[in-house]
Ligand binder design. Structure first.
Ligand SMILES: [Zn+2]
Length: 408
């Protein structure tokens, strides 16, 4: 068992490009983040590549890196990880798909990849109708949180998987050209068309519509994959512990590497999430664990919305209520390390993920405390200063190894 207590704090999509209205500063530079700035100026600040060259910059790929695994070797798709977390068994022949509920407008454009943050209760009504009207013959639907659901295709009859497009990458674009293509895509396109008819025609869905703000128009299938196999963190590094997140994906990766999911009341994946509750859950969990991976989705959602105001608020709340609180709480241990970073940038200007390297900060009370890697003159946690330290971790999945060995 490893004695070091390791807290990984991920602000999803926090990194960004310089924004003109911020005087060409990034949101991380402009936001008031005294806690992350403290960690950066008293620990190790650098840049890391979490999305290997040539791979798509999904939260799945990037977070697998932060968990300490090379996505290029271990990635089988987002949906299977979420399935794992939802407790859905997957056989070797099964393929899982992410089933978003999305809003497509009258011009056939992707108006909102989240069906306007559809409420979980409303989404369940819709998924239940899919179960009644569309499921069967090896096709199953599983409701998740808000717009994020799953479709399982049992005993997928082909070798290759269909080509699909993440809906958050085509906001505002005509959807026709992005429908599933290639092997197995006929059935997927058919299911997506039928989902539109079910949503339009179902009396139950019509009845529910007036009670909620969500605007579902269609199912959007993507992120196909077979079940993953990753070696447990306990075997690899002697780490055991928990994941804290509003999104199934993070718990799914956690489960795949032997971590337990911790559910925190009021964690929504949006800017109103229960930040302090997550920090407190981490501190509680740390009493019986040596590794906790805490993930906050809201900066990423703000990036997808293109809302500067929300993104700054999400970053400031993450700093004050997660980073600050965790730092204070961990001070009671004689050997602890905090890793703070985004998984990938979600720049406001393009409203989707990029594969650019991200800033990271390692702060601890042993090898990294005021040690050889501490650079003088660092004033904050942001892309610009992190690039200037000259510390660059090309393989982001090595960060955990670096933390454990206390050297680069
Ligand atoms: Zn992400």
């Amino acid at each position: 068992m490893n004695r070091k207590k390791i807290a990984v704090l991920v602000g999803d999509g926090m990194a960004d490009y310089p924004v003109e209205s911020l005087g060409n500063r990034t949101p991380l530079e402009a936001a008031s983040t005294p806690n992350m700035d403290y960690l950066a100026s008293n620990g190790v600040l650098g840049m890391a590549r979490t999305v290997p060259r040539g791979m798509a910059p999904g939260s799945d790929t990037a977070n697998i890196s932060i968990f300490g695994y090379n996505p290029a070797e271990n990635y089988t798709g987002r949906a299977p990880l979420e399935a794992l977390n939802m407790g859905i068994e997957m056989g070797p022949g099964d393929v899982a798909f992410r089933c978003n509920l999305v809003t497509i407008d009258g011009e056939e454009a992707m108006a909102d990849f989240s069906a306007h943050h559809i409420e979980t209760e409303f989404a369940r009504v819709v998924i239940d109708e899919f179960r009644r009207e569309i499921a069967g013959a090896g096709i199953e639907f599983y409701p998740g949180v808000s717009y994020r659901h799953l479709m399982m295709w049992r005993d997928y009859p082909h070798g290759e998987l269909p080509e699909t497009t993440p809906p958050h990458d085509i906001q505002g674009e005509k959807v026709g050209q992005y429908m599933p293509r290639g092997t197995g895509s006929d059935l997927l396109r058919d299911i997506m068309e039928r989902s539109r008819a079910v949503i339009a025609d179902s009396a139950v869905i019509r009845g529910a519509r007036s009670k909620y703000r969500g605007k579902p128009v269609s199912a959007w299938l993507w992120g196909a994959g077979r079940r993953p196999s990753l070696s447990p963190l306990a075997e690899k590094y002697g780490l055991y512990g928990f994941t804290i997140s509003a999104v199934d994906l993070i718990h799914g990766i956690g489960r795949a590497v032997g971590l337990e999911p911790l559910r925190v009341e009021g964690s929504t994946g949006y800017i109103d999430t229960n930040y302090a509750g997550k920090a407190d859950a981490l501190l509680y969990a740390m009493q019986s664990a040596n590794f906790v991976f805490l993930h906050v989705e809201s900066p990423d959602e703000s990036g997808h919305e293109g809302s500067l105001e929300h993104k700054i608020k999400a970053i400031e709340d993450f700093d004050a209520m997660v980073v600050g609180r965790v730092l204070n709480g961990l001070k009671r241990y004689d050997d602890y390390v905090i890793l703070v970073m985004p998984d990938h940038p979600t720049p406001l200007s393009i409203r989707t993920h990029t594969a650019d390297p991200v800033p990271f900060c390692i702060y601890g009370n042993n090898g990294f405390a005021g040690g050889a890697y501490n650079r003088r003159g660092i004033s904050g946690f942001n892309e610009r200063e992190a690039s200037m330290t000259g510390i660059f971790v090309e393989e982001g999945h090595r960060l955990l190894e670096i933390i454990l060995s206390e050297r680069f």
